[in-house]
Ligand binder design. Structure first.
Ligand code: CUA
Length: 198
């Protein structure tokens, strides 16, 4: 039948819904409830949750921890003055994000477990371990301790992947993972350090 907007077509709204429509509606509703429940369940039980500790910390207090960490295990400085730290296996290690650098440079041992603490001095930064797909938000006021075990030796970069200001694109840090059993790098080795080779 030909209809226009002036005369509305007849509907079937007064007829009872067919049994199959009720069944499908029930299935859809139950599935919605399952997905809804998955949000809090995944938040609590999902594999995306960080390992280790989470605690509030004042930025100044965190900086003091980083400085103590450098005093305890520091082995030297890079050519542009970033401290290099070689902590023993099992140690708590501290990485500070600040506009626009990561400090210190970490000299780690393959196969050793560490608790990597991350926090920021100023604004949100993004920890990305290049070239791996390892990402974590670095937030001022919070100390995130992640249990990490470097599995592959190599020379890695930490790239900031959260826009943090005009120097965001130059915010590159460094992690050196030496093969298991080898001694920490010599402090005067110019190849260890954050330089213009990125
Ligand atoms: Cu720090 Cu972008």
């Amino acid at each position: 039948m030909y209809t226009t907007g002036v005369s509305a077509p007849q509907g079937v709204w007064w007829k009872p819904a067919h049994k199959s429509e009720k069944v499908w509606f029930t299935i859809a509703f139950v599935w919605c409830m399952i997905l809804f429940a998955m949000m809090p369940i995944w938040h609590l039980r999902g594999e995306q949750n960080p390992s280790g500790i989470r605690a509030k910390v004042e930025p100044a207090a965190y900086v003091a921890r980083v400085q103590q960490f450098v005093r305890d295990y520091g082995t030297g400085e890079s050519e542009n003055g970033i401290p290099i730290v070689a902590p023993p296996p099992g140690a708590d290690i501290y990485l500070l994000a600040a506009q626009f650098q990561w400090s210190p440079i970490l000299d780690l041992e393959q196969g050793a477990e560490y608790t990597l603490h991350l926090s920021s001095l100023d604004v949100n930064h993004g920890f990305n371990l290049y070239p791996f797909n390892v990402n974590f938000q670095v937030v001022p006021g919070y100390d995130y301790g992640l249990r990490v075990t470097p599995t592959e030796a190599g020379d890695y970069r930490i790239v900031c992947n959260e826009f943090c200001g005009v120097g965001h694109h130059i915010m590159v840090g460094k992690v050196n993972v030496r093969p298991s059993g080898s001694a920490s790098a010599n402090a005067s080795d110019p190849s260890v350090g954050q330089g213009g080779d990125r």
